[in-house]
Structures are given as structure tokens and as C-alpha cells.
Design a protein around this ligand. Structure first.
Ligand code: ATP
Ligand code: MG
Length: 651
């Protein structure tokens, strides 16, 4: 092969090399978190292009998020490969739909509505059904499930029954009527929704041979990342793209399946070899991302009580030198937890950690608010991913309106980045960062993120024009993926998949959040466990898990640490799991007073008589939040480090 192609294989281990150096034919890579799946397929594409096996513009790489697509394009550029299409299923489909709509259907493709809720509410009210906001959201989610499962209003009830699914708060026939009415509302408004982008394209590819041939001519080689979370609709689209060919490499980790509640299924990954007989199968188990301490915890999270493995999971082998042990901290209430996290982040930034290398992860978007205000109070920049906040910011909405306007009057002469900067100036952006921090700085950061997005689109395709940027924005708005802003990342566990940070704070590690109260069936609870696994494996060097006993200050502590942390004492220690204590010394802020406790017979908080030796040692009754015991913390920490080192020695 070409010398630069061989260079691409350097820095890969033997199994990763097998993935990269065999760029044609079907291949499935089944591998654990942080084992270099994404790296291996990125190098595979680079090798294929540089060795001349595949032309870059004939390759389609499908990633799970727009951010991952951007990262892959950057990485490929660094490896000397430009022109590869790295996109999400939606972005790739939207592009093809826009391109082929005039020829296949006539006229221009309709606009994609960013949200379903409005049309679903209208559909429900036409049927004289009353739902509150949560109810409407649940209905919208069910409509989405039906569509990604490729069920229509006619086939929905039977399809749902087949998998034992219930509709949210109504029977299956009523739900089918909601779906029908929703489709009507949409048609009247002349818009399509997010799933329609794929559904319509699938329809066109199934029925229009000319279009199908053109698409297959364009793309010869496919790579799909995070394949454990594809749904039936995406799977169908991939099959149509392939059209019976087999130049496809899929990679995934069944233990990171976290979207099955929306209709995704690891069955597509596990059934790959039967759909592509003779497919090469590669497994990766060496974890290059995290310290052995973090890897050790990840392994424990997926271990069964009997010491076996949960289905689909592999034991990760740590590769990096040791680091600080993961911590589990308990706090009296959610605001105290947020304050402790923000204080700790302030310290890390103060000692030189880049804010962008820190993330705070949580199960539900509602949990981010307390952290946001704690960070804002301390003047720490942050951005929220996987929430709606970025695109709800006024300056961002205004800028998007202006960018759409500019896309309509785009004249085919100024380079995209310059054009976008001119438009952003109209939205109040300036070329220089404002001297002051606070809100002005935040506004500037958001608009700069849009400018950086234009740079990224331009770098991937120098010919790209405003309509391309607006499509990219549409996709991001629909997927709630904010372009990157310099700052601490706040993200839901779902939005964090595939990503990594030096330091990760995982808050809300209590039953009720993880697993979430809504998870009831064993399958649902196992999916929650996998979410914890995804969260733990995002951290490279430092991982801080925490939980709080109560929601609000002064409330009785009713929560307990996540059941998924049972059996992890060898790494996390027992210190923070029994009952909520005050924040730790380092994260403590105002509540961080260390207690050098003489034995007491009454609770220092409520005055109740103390009944057990443990209660008398800490001077509080089991129901009251206790202050953190510094000395005990240090002892546990040392012991934890010892055991963690023993537990997983780098190979
Ligand atoms: P996830 O399951 O979270 O998607 P992944 O399997 O895709 O993870 P990558 O993101 O590709 O893993 O890699 C994880 C980290 O390990 C990255 O920082 C990557 O650069 C690094 N890495 C991967 N392979 C190697 C290797 N052979 N040598 C050194 N570092 C590696
Ligand atoms: Mg990956």
C-alpha cells in the first residue's frame, strides 16, 4: 500500500489494525467502551482512501451525533483525508431528500418541524382528548416510537401488541387515532417531522429505481458507529443504501444500548453476521481511555452478583497508568450537591484544568438547573448539551432566523465563514470577545459557536453554501446538539455517549434517578444500568460520582445510593453510601465543615436520642444529614486506591 496508508495503521493495536487494514467486505466490530471503536473505523476510512481502495466521496460514515461527525471529519483531515461524508443518519438522509425530492416527488422538499409537541397537541384536541404537557410529550414520544419502528396508524396497534407495548395513558386503538390525526395535521401544515426525513427517503429508494441507482452509485462503502442503537427505520435505510452489497463495517457495544426506549435495538448489531454471511468479526477489549481505577469500576457495574457478566458485556482491560480513584460523595440535598460540584470544578479550573475538559453528567435534563446556577454563581462558563437550552437562547434563535434569511438570498460569491460572520454581526456578535464576563460573554460564546460551526462546514466542504449550513443547523436543532462552546459541558447521559472528558462528575447516583423511577420492567432497569456504564466510561482521568439524600434543603433524606453501585465497595468504599452526609472537604463550600466528633448521645441536628454505635460515632441520627468526616474520608480513600490498583493492573 501507499506509505501514508501504512502510517495510518501505526498507533493501532493488532485488532484495531485488522479493522483498519481490511477496508472492503462486511465487518462487525463488537467492543466495550473506550476500546477505540471510533478510532479504528476512522483509521479504516483513512486507510481505504489512502491505499486507493475507495474514493473519499464514495464513502459514507454514519455517526450518532453531529458532534461525533464533526470530530470524525476533523480526525480524517488530520490523517490527510478530506471529502469523506461523515454524518448522522438524519443529516445524510436530509441531504439526499433535498437533492432527490424535486425529481422523485416534484417541487422542493418541505420544512422539517423541530418539535412534535405542537402538532400532537392539535391532533389530540381534534380528537377531544385532554392531556397536560407531560401527557403530550409522552404521546409525541410514542408517535416517534411508532415511526422509527416503521408502523403506520393502521399497523400500530398490532405492532405494539406484538412487542407487548402499552401506549401512554390510552389504549392502542386510541393511540392509533392520535397517530392518524397527527399525520393529518402535519400534512395540512405542509411540513414533515424528523422521522419523515428517513421514512420518505426509504419510500423513494424502495420505489424509484433511478434514485436508488444514483444513491448507490454515489456511495460504495459504509461505516456505522454506535450500531447497537440503530432502530428499524435506520436499519432499513442502510439496507437500501447498500442495495444488496456488502461493503459495510458496523461497530457497537451491546452494553451501551441506551436508546431502546425510543425503538433502537442491539438485535441489528447481533444479527449482522446472519445478514452478511462471511462477515469478519473483530472484538476489542483493551480500554485506552480511562485509568485502571475507572475501568475497574466500569467492569463492576456490569458484573452480575454471581460474578458473571451481564449479557453483551466484555471485561475491559485497562491500558493506562493508575490515577486517582473514583469517588462517591453524598450530600444532604440537590442544591448542596450542585454547589459541591461547582466548587470542585472551580478548584480544578483554578489549578489549570481547561473547562472544556470537564463534564457534569446527569440522568434527566431537569437536574442540570441546580448545577447551572451553581456554576453561574461562580462565573464558570458552561454549555448544555442534549437539552434545549442552547437553541432556546434568544441570541441563538435570532441568529438562526437571520441565517435562514441569508440562505434564501444566498448569492453562490462570498466564502461561507465570512458570510456567516457578517450575518452574526447583525445578531449582536462582535469579532472580539467582550471584556466583561457574565451574560454578555455567554451571548458572545453562543454566537461564536455558530461561527465555528460555519468554519467546520466550510472545512468539510469548501463549496458548501448557506443552505447547507442551515440544514446542518436544522439537524442540530432537531437533535438538540449544540455546537461546541468553550466551557464545562453539562449533558444528559444519553447525550454523552461516544464522548470523553478528562474529568467527569456524575450527579444523582441514587435510586429514582439511576434507575429512573419510570423504569419498571427488568429490561428497563437494565437499560438504566447501561446508562451508568456509559457515564462511568466517559471519564479519562478523574471520576466523581455523587448523590443527594433529598431534593430540597431541610427535607427529610429519603433517597438511597443507586442500587447499581451495590458491589462496587472495593473501588468506591462504603463511606458515602449509607446515608447522606455533608459535602466533602474539597467540594464542601459552605456545608463542608469537618467534624471532629466527640461521641454524642443525642443527634446534633434534631436532638433525637442516638440508638446505634454508628450514630453515636457521627453524632447524628440516621434520618439527619451528617457532616463529612474528613479523617474517615482520607482513610477510605487510601484503602480504595490500594484495592483499586490491585484489582486492575495494566496489561
Ligand atoms: P465509546 O465506546 O465510548 O464510543 P470507543 O470504543 O469508540 O469508545 P474511542 O473513542 O475510539 O473508543 O477511543 C477511546 C480513547 O482511546 C480515545 O481517546 C482514543 O484516542 C484512545 N485510543 C484508542 N485506541 C488507542 C490506541 N491503540 N492507542 C492509544 N490510544 C488509543
Ligand atoms: Mg465511539
Amino acid at each position: 500500500a501507499h506509505p501514508s496508508a501504512d502510517a495510518v495503521l501505526e498507533g493501532l493495536d493488532p485488532e484495531q489494525r485488522e479493522v483498519a487494514a481490511n477496508p472492503t467486505g462486511p465487518m462487525v466490530v463488537l467492543a466495550g467502551a473506550g476500546t477505540g471503536k471510533t478510532r479504528a473505523i476512522t483509521h479504516r476510512i483513512a486507510y481505504a482512501v489512502l491505499s486507493g481502495a475507495v474514493q473519499p466521496q464514495r464513502t459514507l460514515a454514519v455517526t450518532f451525533t453531529a458532534r461525533a461527525a464533526g470530530e470524525m471529519r476533523t480526525r480524517l483531515r488530520d490523517l490527510g483525508v478530506g471529502g469523506v461524508q461523515a454524518r448522522t443518519f438524519h443529516a445524510a438522509a436530509l441531504r439526499q431528500l433535498h437533492y432527490f425530492w424535486p425529481q422523485a416527488i416534484g417541487g422542493a422538499a418541505p420544512e422539517v418541524m423541530p418539535q412534535k409537541a405542537g402538532a400532537v397537541a392539535e391532533a389530540a384536541s381534534r380528537l377531544r382528548m385532554r392531556f397536560d404537557r407531560t401527557g403530550i410529550r409522552d404521546l409525541a414520544a410514542e408517535v416517534e416510537w411508532a415511526k422509527v419502528s416503521m408502523l403506520t396508524s393502521e399497523s400500530y396497534a398490532a405492532g405494539a401488541r406484538r412487542v407487548g407495548r402499552e401506549a401512554p395513558g390510552l389504549d392502542l386503538t386510541a393511540m392509533a387515532r392520535v397517530i392518524a390525526a397527527y399525520e393529518e395535521v402535519k400534512a395540512e401544515r405542509g411540513v414533515i417531522d424528523f422521522e419523515d426525513v428517513l421514512l420518505v427517503l426509504v419510500g423513494i429508494l424502495e420505489e424509484n429505481d433511478t434514485v436508488a441507482r444514483a444513491v448507490r452509485e454515489q456511495y460504495r462503502s459504509f461505516v456505522v458507529d454506535e450500531y447497537q442503537d440503530v432502530n428499524a427505520l435506520q436499519q432499513r435505510l442502510l439496507e437500501l443504501w447498500l442495495g444488496g452489497r456488502h461493503d459495510v463495517c458496523v461497530v457497537g457495544d451491546p452494553a451501551q444500548t441506551i436508546y431502546s426506549f425510543t425503538g433502537a435495538s442491539p438485535a441489528h448489531l447481533l444479527g449482522f453476521t446472519s445478514r452478511h454471511p462471511g462477515a469478519q468479526r473483530v472484538e476489542l477489549v483493551r480500554n485506552y481511555r480511562s485509568t485502571p481505577e475507572i475501568v475497574g469500576l466500569a467492569n463492576l457495574v456490569l458484573r452480575t452478583p454471581g460474578g458473571g457478566r451481564r449479557s453483551g458485556s466484555v471485561v475491559l482491560e485497562a491500558q493506562r497508568p493508575g490515577g486517582p480513584g473514583p469517588e462517591l460523595l453524598s450530600h444532604p440535598d440537590d442544591p448542596a450537591e450542585a454547589a459541591a460540584v461547582a466548587t470542585r470544578i472551580g478548584e480544578l479550573i483554578g489549578s489549570g484544568t481547561a473547562p472544556a475538559d470537564i463534564a457534569v453528567l446527569f440522568r434527566t435534563n431537569g437536574q442540570s438547573e441546580a448545577v447551572e446556577s451553581a456554576l453561574a454563581e461562580r462565573g464558570i462558563p458552561y454549555l448544555v448539551r442534549g437539552g434545549e437550552r442552547f437553541f432556546q437562547r434568544k441570541e441563538v434563535r435570532d441568529a438562526v432566523v437571520l441565517l435562514r434569511g441569508a440562505a434564501r438570498s444566498d448569492d453562490g460569491s462570498v466564502p461561507l465563514p465570512d458570510l456567516v460572520r457578517d450575518v452574526l454581526l447583525g445578531a449582536g456578535w462582535s469579532r472580539e470577545a467582550p471584556a466583561a464576563g457574565g451574560a454578555a460573554r455567554e451571548r458572545w460564546e453562543s454566537l461564536s459557536a455558530l461561527a465555528a460551526l460555519a468554519d467546520d462546514v466550510h472545512a468539510a466542504d469548501a463549496e458548501a453554501r448557506m443552505p447547507v449550513l442551515v440544514r446542518e443547523l436544522d439537524e442540530r436543532i432537531a437533535a438538540q446538539h449544540a455546537p461546541s462552546v468553550q466551557g464545562v459541558t453539562l449533558a444528559s447521559l444519553h447525550a454523552a455517549k461516544g464522548l470523553e472528558w478528562g474529568t467527569v462528575f456524575l450527579i444523582g447516583c441514587s435510586d429514582g434517578y439511576l434507575p429512573i423511577t419510570m423504569a419498571e420492567t427488568p429490561d428497563e432497569i437494565e437499560e438504566e444500568r447501561r446508562l451508568l456504564y456509559v457515564g462511568v466510561t466517559r471519564a479519562r482521568d478523574r471520576l466523581v460520582l455523587s448523590w443527594a439524600g433529598a431534593r430540597t434543603p431541610g427535607a427529610r433524606a429519603t433517597r438511597r445510593p443507586s442500587r447499581f453501585l451495590d458491589g462496587t465497595a472495593s473501588i468506591l468504599g462504603e463511606g458515602a453510601r449509607s446515608r447522606p452526609k455533608g459535602s466533602s472537604r474539597r467540594g464542601g463550600g459552605s456545608s463542608g465543615r469537618a467534624a471532629s466528633t466527640p461521641r454524642r448521645s443525642t443527634c446534633r441536628t434534631c436532638g433525637a436520642e442516638l440508638t446505634s454505635a454508628a450514630e453515636r460515632t457521627v453524632g447524628r441520627c440516621a434520618a439527619c444529614p451528617a457532616t463529612y468526616d474528613e479523617a474517615l474520608f482520607e482513610r477510605l480513600r487510601d484503602w480504595r486506591l490500594e484495592t483499586a490498583r490491585e484489582a486492575s493492573v495494566p496489561a
